[in-house]
Design a protein around this ligand. Structure first.
Ligand code: PMP
Length: 381
């Protein structure tokens, strides 16, 4: 007899990335693909970061500590200071993590109070928030985001009673999958509620440096009380495979997170931390990456708009496209896949993603142009 495992596992539909990988494998068997589906950029990791990693490989790689290396925390604090004019104590207010995903997943395990089971997350969104809440035994509550409200949640629709039973609110701007940015008023309203009702806001900000217009703010610029921000090198520095980011927040909270996180892991290996330190200490490579994504975005936006498709994209990394009238998210994705153009159906990101598809600016500029050349007319494939 097999062990039964958690019933939750059967309730979860396959993880989005796995589904997208399967679609890509099928299409690849037919020929070359233009993969706008998974948000894993192909721009090489800058050479100086690879060199920093190689130079840091020690003779013996010993256990990293939970709090990570002091120079990495200092580099993270220096980045927050340059980019957002924030002044954080690197030892008390910064904690490295092995990528944002890991930190996000573990947060509800630490922050969920049994008398406050509700945890809010944006819909559509990166799927990890809801899963983190479910695995931690919380009650997930989606915050629907609509095109009409510029993809900002209607916080006034939540009652005081619900806020009083809330432990965590996940907030993510610039937003995956819509590319939307938050107004300062949104964060002011959310943080005031967090202070009044005593819940934690997790500002997940891995795209904050990949902007098209004015540089977006960090949640931490508007409030520090009851707020943690999670930053990642994955997209900013082309280091998705390195698994490195950090959590920033108030000293008492970072102290608690450090204590709790020691139960399930440690910081990334020291050589990854050294490469991460080099990445946070440099902005020039980020400008180059931003420009690379911006060129692809401009090319695709022009094409999609010329086709009469309704698109939104404030950041440079994602374009969120309303599918033509006779399609669903899935059928339009399948329609494009017949021409080897792969996109993520909006429904992968939640109920409110219905009727949309997401394009990630991942293929090369040349491949973007090739994809445009084979893009099917609405009615043909
Ligand atoms: N948050 C969001 C909104 C994301 O889109 C992603 C990655 N696609 C992550 C977190 C995870 O980032 P990391 O690679 O740092 O784990």
């Amino acid at each position: 007899m097999r062990p039964p495992l958690r019933p939750l596992l059967n309730q979860l539909s396959g993880y989005m990335q796995e589904a997208l990988n399967r679609a890509r494998d099928e299409a690849t068997q037919r020929g070359p693909v233009f993969d706008f589906g998974i948000g894993d950029p192909r721009e090489p990791t800058p050479l100086f970061l690879r060199d920093a990693l190689r130079a840091a490989i020690p003779e013996v790689s010993q256990y990293p500590s939970v709090r990570g290396l002091p120079p990495l925390r200092r580099a993270a604090a220096a980045y927050l200071s340059r980019r957002f004019s924030l002044s954080l104590d690197p030892d008390a207010e910064i904690l490295p993590c092995a990528g944002a995903k890991e930190a996000l997943f573990h947060l509800p395990l630490i922050a969920l109070h049994p008398e406050r089971p509700l945890c809010f997350f944006p819909d559509p969104s990166y799927p990890v928030y809801e899963r983190a809440i479910l695995f931690a035994g919380g009650t997930p509550r989606p915050l629907p985001l609509s095109r009409e409200r510029n993809f900002l949640p209607e916080l006034a629709a939540i009652t005081s009673d619900e806020w009083q039973r809330t432990s965590v609110v996940f907030d993510n701007y610039p937003h995956n999958p819509t590319g939307a940015e938050a107004t300062r008023a949104h964060h002011e309203q959310l943080f005031a509620l967090a202070r009044e009702h005593g819940f934690l806001v997790v500002c997940d900000e891995p795209y904050v440096d990949l902007y098209a217009g004015a540089a977006p703010h960090s949640g931490l610029q508007l409030a520090r009380e009851n707020v943690v921000a999670i930053q990642s090198l994955s997209k900013r520095s082309g280091m998705t495979g390195y698994r490195s980011g950090f959590i920033a927040g108030e000293p008492w909270l970072i102290e608690k997170l450090a204590e709790a996180r020691a139960n399930f892991g440690v910081a990334s290996p020291s050589f990854i931390q050294r490469a991460a330190e080099a990445a946070w200490n440099d902005d020039a490579h980020v400008i180059e990456r931003r420009e690379s994504f911006a060129k692809k975005r401009a090319l695709l936006l022009t094409h999609l708009q010329a086709r009469g498709l309704d698109c939104t994209s404030t950041g440079v990394f994602y374009i969120w496209v309303r599918v033509p009238a006779r399609f669903t998210s899935e059928s339009y994705a399948a329609h494009l896949a017949q021409r080897q153009v792969l996109v993520a159906p909006g429904t992968h990101f939640g109920e409110s993603g219905r009727g949309f598809v997401r394009l990630a600016m991942v293929p090369t500029l040349e491949d973007c142009a090739r994809a445009i050349a084979v893009w099917p007319e609405e009615g043909t494939a």
